[in-house]
Design a protein around this ligand. Sequence first.
Ligand code: SDX
Length: 429
Amino acid sequence: MADNVQINIDGKIIECPVIVGTEGERAIDISKLRTQSGLITMDPGFGNTGACQSAITYLDGDKGFLRYRGIPVEQLAENSTFVETSYLLIYGRLPNAQELEAFSDAFNEHSMIHEDMVNFFHAYPSTTHPMAILSAMVCAMSAYYPEFIKEEPTKQEINRIAVQLLSKVRTICAFSYKKSIGEPFVYPRHDLHYVHNFLNMMFSSPTNPYQIDDDVVNALQMLLILHADHEQNCSTSTVRLVGSSHANLYASISAGICALWGPLHGGANQAVIEMLEMIHKDGGDFNKYIAKAKDKSNTFRLMGFGHRVYKNFDPRARVIKKCADNLFNKLGINDPLLDLAKRIEEAVLKDEYFIERKLYPNVDFYSGIIFRAIGIPLNMFPVMFAIGRLPGWIAHWKEMIDDPTSKIGRPYQIYTGSLKKDYVPIEQR
Ligand code: SDX
């Protein structure tokens, strides 16, 4: 295969090298195109454009592969924990027993938020969307840990901020839930592991300690692992772009949280349940809504279907659907929305419109049904996605900062506005 391509621009031949990845992916390096030809490329939504080279996650949209540092997510979902997977993503390899214990212990050291930050929660209306609170609180951490907001933090300082964020974000999310239901905050405990601690902070109260169910812990552990990274998705690209200006990690993660909030991205899990509830309330006639999703005269989309990269099944959706079945059987839950979701999936997979456009269920189609079964409120579903995606964001920010060739992200544009004209004084307008 050629190791370069030639672009003929008005008779001038521009030679561009071809970059080849570990899995044989190929890219045309056009980094010299503008200086050699004066032309730029145009690719709205970046559907054909690579922003970086990365060693963190590999996904093959046609084959439905997803691997973190080379390990298939199905194996991590089955055998690993969210803390261990976070270490793998951030540091590039699985930890040994001593490293994992030290990493896990550091989560305890950083699980509390500065007590002054508790006051922030009381300033928000109880109806505030928890993603608004989360992004603000993460950015506010830079006020309480100013020693870390420097242009070139040391590796040790980055490691400390990483563990701090992974541990404190869990506490912030649980506190925002307690604030929304008017219950007192439940503080983290050192004797509980990551997921167990989160569930305890969410659902325990002074009068009613939360009874942990291992099936629930395992289901949430699996969901967080499956959400942990997904290469250059919208929110991760946001974290990289903000970080490329050498903004600190708190600010970069806060921006990523805001990007994830959108219903086309991490907000889709909330939108899926809202859609299923709407169809269920409307008598369950899902064919009417499938027809609406195909009708170009309206903007309705079947939430939880389609993906920019996966043109085959999203491997995460398969694992999550199986987990939902197992959990519901074990807990004896009969949720009409799960049955409705399965009937919609069955109908869509036979429908030419979706087959032609390779629209399959994505990670968000079944995840909300499990969050709902655990008792997590609807508006916290994107927050659960953010807790899961945090190690991925941190790993990508760190990979970019560690890359001596990385530059500030600054795309060009093609101008389509007015030609030059003079200012007109107001009395002449
Ligand atoms: C996530 O990038 C990531 O990796 C994201 C993510 C991650 O882990 O970070 O995987 C998480 O965000 C999953 C996606 C969650 N979003 C949703 O479920 C929202 C519903 N899905 C769509 O809005 C859409 O499929 C996107 C946003 C996910 C992908 O959009 P694209 O790649 O820009 O595709 P497109 O909008 O250009 O659609 C191509 C065609 C269009 O029809 P035509 O113009 O060709 O006739 O497919 C149609 C679209 O109208 N289409 C849909 C559809 N999704 C695409 N039609 C009906 N229902 C849908 N859900």
